[in-house]
Structure formats: structure tokens, C-alpha cells
Design a protein around this ligand. Structure first.
Ligand code: ADP
Ligand code: MG
Length: 570
């Protein structure tokens, strides 16, 4: 085919494909325009997965009658005037592409009024061409209706998923904005069903209750912004706020992780990783946390103009953002697990500390909640002083605390103790070691040899004395003192196998976890009263006594209230 310039309609349909990938993209662009217009109420309505109809109504600034038609031409925007403006964008939109792109692939009708006193303007377009202009009364704000999306672009229509899938994408978009802008009242109706409606109170938690439900909201912890943030000469520290789930609240996928940069919802593998890292050792493998993270940075610190739908952004100082998010999340988790007071006498119990009231829910009737099962509000709290009563199955230690019974898994508990001890030695670079009676030659597989060569130094730093003896054989002369002498070979093999499978990203931590696992007292070993007391005391002094380093629980608590209920004494 000879080269020729594309026909205008075809060109604009192709260009539209960048911005309008599916019905949810239309919803996103229209909602962003409403937010940029300063709306405090935005209602979204969709039919047939958004293909038949998408209608967004707002009470924002509206568009002056004389400018309505211009708004539908390409690169028409009221938000950016020069290249310099692009350096510090504070609005969601800036390219002037959304309205013309949507109009290129659908039938669009807009009714808008910039001033309550004047009659509003209406305009209808079909595949980018104006078919009707008029005047229509309405209160200040804008309503845009998009019908028959992609009906002239069958190729795109073919790629859409089922109505319910498209609906769920739309719901996701509206939910994200409801979370990032809790001061705006959002409502969403899908095929006539009311799906979401937020109060617009300005409280993040109020929005979360509507989006995720009360049960999730009750198990969230507030991420506190540190006070000494923002700019410090050249190094800036981003402000991180939001809410994160207690480790007990976890999910099988990452759908419950939301990130907002200056209120813009973004996807970021880097930030997901930062959050997941902060939960390290608190969640079981394959489980993911719930988190709503708001990051505020000066606008010039972030480039939002790198992705067609602006779903990804680029930070000028990526590392600073990563660290700030990870610290904020980890800090919140750790703050709820303060080291217990060691001077607490073990036999007399004071009143337990009052539970943290993290979720006062204004305007909500609390009564029905009293009947729902007792959920410990924060599962990461320190342990109270516990009195050892005995052992069950040579596996669990039965103890009594200020509020009922605490069953401790002896292996998991000891793992937690050893893990923290070893981590501390690593961070102080003072590893206690034990020499082996005589050097042991240790043979490894070719794959293990590969990782061992690369991570030799990390093993040495963690207290292993080893030297290569050729032929995939190593001579080991000393091991960490905390590592069980009888199990050290199994430990090293497991570590190397994990590394071969790519599961070891942080060697120091990986060594500590495996060491703890192979050295902790086994299930099935009967312990003396003295040994149990010792273990419980050490557990109480760890920073995170309620989970083992793999994230499994170390303690099961049966409160006096639960016991009363079980025995029908209430
Ligand atoms: P952008 O948002 O990038 O500026 P759009 O094509 O989305 O480009 O919108 C073009 C212009 O139309 C905006 O700059 C704004 O002036 C106006 N506009 C669009 N939607 C609304 C709305 N809901 N309320 C007020 N003005 C609007
Ligand atoms: Mg826009």
C-alpha cells in the first residue's frame, strides 16, 4: 500500500484508543473532569457495562456556553497554558484529549451551566461531529451522557469483556476516586442498581466503610504522618498518610492495595513492593495486605505525563518515595506492637490497657455490631504478662493472662524469639559463633554452588566460617551460636534451595528465618515448667510476639468473654 495520510475520522479514532480503552476509561476521564471542576457531588450511572450508556453528573464549575464546542476539539484544555505548566500539574487533566477522544467513538451529549442564573448550553455530537446545539436550563454543573460506545469501532467492541467485568472495572474506578477524594459525595448506579454512595464527609474512614464495608474498616490502622516532613533543602521527604490493614486482615490478591499520588490513583509495582516489604514476617506467604496510601509530593517532584491514561507516574526521587512509604507502613505496624514493659510483675495483673479507638464511626449506629463475632481490634499488640499453666500435646503451652486463656505454639513462639535475637546480632554486626569440633566438608549441587558463590559474603557476615575446597565442596569450621548444632546442615541446604528457587531476596533476613525455623524447639517435645516460663518471658519481650517470622500466629487468645459465651454463662 502506498503511504497516505489517514482520513481525519480514522485518525481520531486511533488516537482515541490511547485514552479510551474500555468503558471504565470513559468514566475515569469524566470523573476527573468533574473533580477538576471542583465538584462536591458526582454521580455516575452506567448501563450495559457502560457500552449502552455512561452518564456523569456533577455540580462543578460548568463550562461557559461559548466554550462548550471548543472543549471537544483536540488539545483544548483550560488547565495547561505552557510547557512550564506541565512541570507542576495540580489537576487530573492537562492534555485536552479526553472529550474529543470520547466523542470520536460514541454519541455524546453535554448539558452544562457555568452560572446558576444563566440558561445552560447543550451540545450533541456523533462520532466527533456536532449534530445539535441548544440551550437548556439546569443548575450549575455539567452532565455528560455517552451512548453506544465503540459502535463504529467494532474491533474495539470485540475486545470488551462481559457486562459484569466491565461493570466491575467501572466500580473500581469510582471506588478509587471515592477513596482519594473523601470530601466529595460519589454515587454509582449500574443498570439501575445503587452500587455505591459515599457521604462526602471528608473522612477517609467514612469512604472506606462504603467502599470496603465495616468489617474491613474495623481492622484498619491509621498511618500517621510524621511531623518533620516535606522539604529539607534538596532532599524532600514525601508525606505519607492513609490506612492499612492489621495483619489479620489479609487478602489473596493485591486488589486491596491503592496508591494515590497527590490524589491521583496510580499503579506502581514499586510501591506495592514497599508495602509488602513492610509486612514482611507478619503475613503468610501468598497473602497480601489491605492498604490505602496517600502520598503527597510537590508537583514538580512527579511526572504524570508518561502514560496515556496517566495510570503510572515517574518520581524524580523514586528511592525517597519508596523509603517513605515503607517506613510509614512499618512504623504504624510496629507502633502497635510496643515492646512490653519488662518490670511488670508476672503474677499480679493490672487492668488491660484500653483498646485503641481507631474507628469511631460518626453517624453510624453501632448497636448491630455488638452481635457480630468479637474481633480483636488490633491483633498486633504486645503480649500481656502470662502465667504458665501447663502443656498440651507436648506442643502448646497453656497460659493465663489478664483476660482469659492464651494458647502458645511452642515452636512458632521460639522461632519468633530466635529470629529477633539473630536479627539483632546481625544489625549490631556481633554474631555469636560456635566452632565445630572439626571442620565438616559440605557438598552442594551445581545450582546450590552457583548461589553459594554469589552469596558467600552474606553467609560469612552472618557467622558461618566456610572455605571452598573445590569440586563443589566447602569446608565449614564455625556456625552461628544460635543455630542448632544438630540441624545446621539441613538449615543451610534449605536456605540454598530457597535461593535457587529465587525466594531469597534479602539474605540477612532469609538466613535469620531459616535459622530460627531449624533451631526452634520442635512440636512434640515436652518442656519443664521452668523451660516454658523462660520461653514465654522471652516471647513477651519480642517486638512482634504474635506472629512467627513466617507470619503464622504464635498465640491464640480466648478472652473471658468468649469463654463465657462458649459455656453459655451469659
Ligand atoms: P483536560 O481535562 O485534559 O483539560 P478534557 O478533554 O478532558 O481535557 O476537557 C477539556 C476541557 O473541558 C477542560 O479543560 C475543561 O475546561 C472542560 N471540562 C470538561 N469537563 C468538564 C466538567 N465536568 N466541568 C467543567 N469543565 C469541564
Ligand atoms: Mg480531562
Amino acid at each position: 500500500m502506498p503511504i497516505k495520510v489517514l482520513d481525519k475520522t480514522v485518525a481520531s479514532q486511533i488516537a482515541a484508543g490511547e485514552v479510551v480503552e474500555r468503558p471504565a476509561s470513559v468514566v475515569k476521564e469524566l470523573v476527573e473532569n468533574s473533580l477538576d471542576a471542583g465538584a462536591s457531588q458526582i454521580s455516575v450511572e452506567a448501563q450495559g457495562g457502560g457500552v449502552n450508556l455512561i452518564r456523569v453528573t456533577d455540580n462543578g464549575s460548568g463550562i461557559p456556553a461559548a466554550e462548550v464546542e471548543v472543549a471537544f476539539s483536540r488539545f483544548a484544555t483550560s488547565k495547561v497554558g505552557s510547557i512550564a505548566d506541565l512541570e507542576s500539574i495540580t489537576t487530573f487533566g492537562f492534555r485536552g484529549e479526553a472529550l474529543p477522544s470520547i466523542a470520536a467513538v460514541a454519541e455524546v451529549e453535554i448539558v452544562t451551566a457555568a452560572d446558576a442564573g444563566l440558561a445552560g448550553a447543550s451540545l450533541s455530537l456523533n462520532n466527533g461531529t456536532v449534530v445539535n446545539r441548544g440551550r437548556q436550563a439546569r443548575s450549575r454543573g455539567t452532565t455528560i451522557s455517552v451512548r453506544n460506545l465503540f459502535h463504529t469501532v467494532p474491533a474495539r467492541l470485540k475486545f470488551l469483556k462481559s457486562t459484569s467485568t466491565e461493570n466491575s472495572h467501572i466500580a473500581r474506578v469510582v471506588s478509587e476516586y471515592a477513596l482519594s477524594c473523601p470530601e466529595v459525595r460519589f454515587s454509582l448506579t449500574l443498570d439501575g442498581r445503587d452500587v455505591l454512595s459515599t457521604p462526602g464527609s471528608g473522612g477517609l474512614l467514612d469512604a472506606i466503610i462504603e467502599v470496603y464495608g465495616l468489617e474491613v474498616a474495623r481492622n484498619l490502622l491509621e498511618v500517621k504522618a510524621a511531623d518533620d516532613v516535606w522539604q529539607d533543602d534538596d532532599v524532600f521527604i514525601p508525606l505519607v498518610t492513609g490506612m492499612i490493614g492489621s495483619p489479620a486482615l489479609n487478602r489473596a490478591n493485591r486488589d486491596y492495595l491503592s496508591f494515590f499520588v497527590n490524589r491521583r490513583s496510580i499503579n506502581s509495582r514499586l510501591l506495592s513492593w514497599a508495602v509488602e516489604e513492610a509486612y514482611h514476617g507478619l503475613l503468610m506467604q501468598g497473602r497480601h495486605p489491605v492498604a490505602i496510601i496517600n502520598i503527597s509530593v510537590p508537583p514538580e517532584e512527579v511526572d504524570v505525563n508518561i502514560h496515556p491514561t496517566k495510570a503510572e507516574v515517574k518520581f524524580r526521587q523514586e528511592r525517597a518515595v519508596f523509603v517513605a512509604v515503607q517506613r510509614a507502613v512499618r512504623g504504624t505496624l510496629v507502633e502497635l506492637a510496643p515492646a512490653p514493659r519488662i518490670d511488670e510483675p508476672t503474677t499480679t495483673y493490672g487492668a488491660p490497657p484500653p483498646p485503641k479507638q481507631l474507628w469511631a464511626i460518626p453517624g453510624k449506629d453501632m448497636a448491630p455490631m455488638a452481635e457480630s463475632p468479637v474481633v480483636e481490634p488490633v491483633l498486633l499488640v504486645s503480649l500481656p504478662a502470662l502465667r504458665v499453666l501447663g502443656q498440651v500435646d507436648s506442643t502448646y503451652i497453656v497460659t493465663e493472662g489478664p483476660d482469659g486463656l492464651y494458647l502458645v505454639d511452642q515452636h512458632a513462639a521460639h522461632e519468633r524469639v530466635l529470629y529477633e535475637k539473630f536479627r539483632e546480632q546481625q544489625s549490631l554486626q556481633q554474631i555469636d559463633i560456635q566452632g565445630l569440633l572439626e571442620p565438616v566438608s559440605f557438598e552442594v549441587s551445581p545450582q546450590q554452588d552457583e548461589v553459594l558463590r554469589n552469596s558467600y559474603q552474606q553467609l560469612v557476615e552472618s557467622g558461618f566460617s566456610l572455605e571452598s575446597f573445590g569440586d563443589r565442596t566447602y569446608l565449614i569450621r564455625a556456625i552461628p551460636a544460635l543455630l542448632d548444632r544438630k540441624n545446621w546442615q539441613a538449615m543451610v541446604r534449605e536456605l540454598l534451595d530457597n535461593a535457587v528457587e529465587g525466594k531469597v531476596t534479602n539474605w540477612a533476613d532469609g538466613i535469620a528465618v531459616t535459622l530460627a525455623c531449624h533451631s526452634a524447639v520442635r512440636a512434640g517435645k515436652s518442656l519443664t515448667q521452668e523451660e516454658m516460663r523462660e520461653l514465654i518471658q522471652q516471647l513477651e519481650q519480642t517486638r512482634m510476639p504474635r506472629t512467627c517470622p513466617h507470619g503464622r500466629p504464635t498465640v491464640i487468645h480466648l478472652s473471658s468473654r468468649q469463654l463465657e459465651k462458649e459455656f453459655h454463662r451469659t
